[in-house]
Design a protein around this ligand. Structure first.
Ligand SMILES: Cc1ncc(COP(=O)(O)O)c(C=O)c1O
Length: 496
């Protein structure tokens, strides 16, 4: 810490002596601050030279991992390279320095960009209108679930209080449905890792409000019964919700709107390369079919003649979901990404993402990393393997493998998700990694498996090359602390 590096008398600046006395208009001298508020001694701040401060922060930044440093294949997170041209445009002071309360007439350029982005997303997703307001995928899901709830209520489809969600879903799906007041009904994945029409038929009732589905699923498998599933839900007057977190696998090839989905969100901070990892700002625009557009959050951007304005008039809207109009800097980056690649470029994105994922999977030692759910089915942009064989043979867990990867200067994949795969390693290389990075990642994983066989202690003690070594698992170091999970929330709060 800067405090520890501090040495008395060191300075990073040299300023003239401060004279806090001022002369008033009559020429009398007085102190600008009341005497009682003046310090007796200087504040106790760290004392360092400028190079020491610069080195301190550069050193800290080097302890971090970033997509600009190396491969970051966090499954379901799409940590792809962020093109610098988008970053540069988003930093343009004409965009970055706008004030949210500025008059509409002074922000026509930004409104035009956001309006166009909504139109482009509609075209890509096969929807009729988008709201760009939601700040993340999870917020988009919540918005979508509220739209479904209100639409069903207004159309007198009463008693529809159940939402079907597959067991492979991201945890935000059941959480968003529950927050919007639905009871979550779990659909088990088939042995092939898909949601079958048969499984849906076995769970659907007249209480079914709809279904939330991620395509491709979090297993990286395309839902090949989707058209049939959508038909079954629609026949029961339910609506189909598309979780678009994995949209990058389908870009330019198939559109959720054409597959039978009514409401969707797109994680633009994944699919369109706006920085995501580390909890940075995101955006989860929500798109709907025409009959649902009045329910979108306000304000929407409308165009009259050549001018754009924020439209708050919508009696059916679910209301405000986010102050002002979403995270416009993130949306701006997505707009740049889309325009710089164009229609064909976006198609190449999905092609490369899928190829990269299948190539990396083909290089893994299948005896150590097994592929659950129909191993012969090609995966889309990501795949999930299980390191259970290593656990059974040597007591080496997915967490141990992930920690050892860090020693090789690479980021670990997502682990222990989806929940339906034991010792899961969920790997999403993205389209922005060159061939040799895919090969070295597979090589590292295979070497870790070999090391586990001959020297498992070494794997269990990793990471050794990072600035901070293995930390105690929280539970081990806090044996008496209750760990809060969904089940420990009192039922009354859980329902609200
Ligand atoms: C399949 C899926 N759905 C939803 C989400 C939630 O998106 P966000 O992190 O933007 O809230 C994620 C996030 O990782 C996801 O992978």
């Amino acid at each position: 810490m800067l405090k520890e590096l501090s040495r008395k008398g060191r300075r990073a600046y040299s300023l003239p002596e401060l004279d806090e006395r001022v002369r008033d208009s009559m020429g009398d001298i007085y102190h600008e601050l009341p005497e009682s508020m003046l310090r007796d001694s200087p504040p106790n701040l760290p004392e360092l030279s400028e190079p020491e401060i610069v080195r301190h922060f550069v050193r800290l930044s080097q302890m971090n991992f970033a997509i600009d440093l190396g491969m970051y294949p966090l499954g379901s997170c799409t940590m792809k390279y962020n093109p610098k041209v988008s970053q540069r445009i988003a930093r343009n002071p004409k965009m970055a320095n706008l004030h949210p309360y500025q008059d509409e007439s002074t922000v026509q350029g930004t409104l035009e960009i956001l309006f166009e982005l909504g139109e482009i997303l509609s075209e890509i997703a096969g929807m009729d209108r988008f709201s760009l307001a939601p700040a993340a995928g999870a917020q988009g899901e919540y918005v979508g679930a509220l739209i479904i709830r209100n639409y069903l209520r207004d159309n007198k489809f009463t008693g529809k209080d159940e939402m079907l969600v597959p067991d492979s879903a991201h945890g935000t799906n059941p959480a968003s449905a529950a927050m919007a007041g639905f009871k979550v009904v779990k659909i088990p994945s088939s042995d092939d890792g898909i949601v079958t029409a048969e499984a849906v038929v076995s769970k659907i009732t007249d209480r079914t409000a709809g279904m939330m589905l991620t395509v491709p699923s979090t297993l990286g498998i395309f839902e090949r019964e989707i058209v049939e599933v959508a038909k079954i839900i629609h026949e029961e007057n339910g609506l189909m919700y598309y979780d678009g977190a994995n949209m990058n696998a389908l870009l330019g090839r198939v559109r959720p709107g054409d597959m039978g989905f009514d409401v969707i969100h797109i994680n633009v901070h994944k699919t369109f390369a706006t920085p995501h990892g580390g909890g940075g700002p995101g955006a989860g625009p929500v798109g709907v079919k025409a009959e649902l557009q009045d329910y979108l959050p306000v304000p929407l951007i409308s165009k009259t003649g050549d001018s754009y304005h924020l439209d708050y008039k919508s009696s059916k809207s679910i209301g405000f979901i986010k102050s002002f109009y979403g995270n416009s800097a993130v949306l701006l980056r997505a707009y740049c990404y889309i325009l710089s690649l164009g229609k064909e470029g976006l198609k190449t994105v999905s092609e490369q993402a899928v190829l990269a994922s299948n190539y990396l999977l083909s290089l893994l030692d299948g005896d150590s990393y097994s592929t659950p759910y129909s191993p012969k089915t090609p995966r889309k942009h990501e795949f999930v393997v299980s390191s259970s064989p290593l656990k059974k043979r040597y007591g080496v867990s997915a967490g141990d493998v992930a920690k050892t990867i860090l020693d090789h200067g690479m980021h670990s994949p997502t682990i222990y998700f989806p929940l339906i795969v034991a010792e899961a390693l969920m790997i999403e290389p993205t389209e922005s990694e060159p061939l040799e990075n895919l090969e070295s990642y597979a090589q590292v994983l295979n070497e870790i498996a070999k090391l586990a066989a001959v020297e498992k202690e070494s794997v269990l003690a990793s990471p050794k090359n990072t600035s901070i070594g293995r930390l105690d698992e929280y539970k081990a170091s806090h044996p008496n602390t209750m760990i809060l999970n969904w089940n420990s929330v009192p039922a009354s709060r859980n329902q609200s």
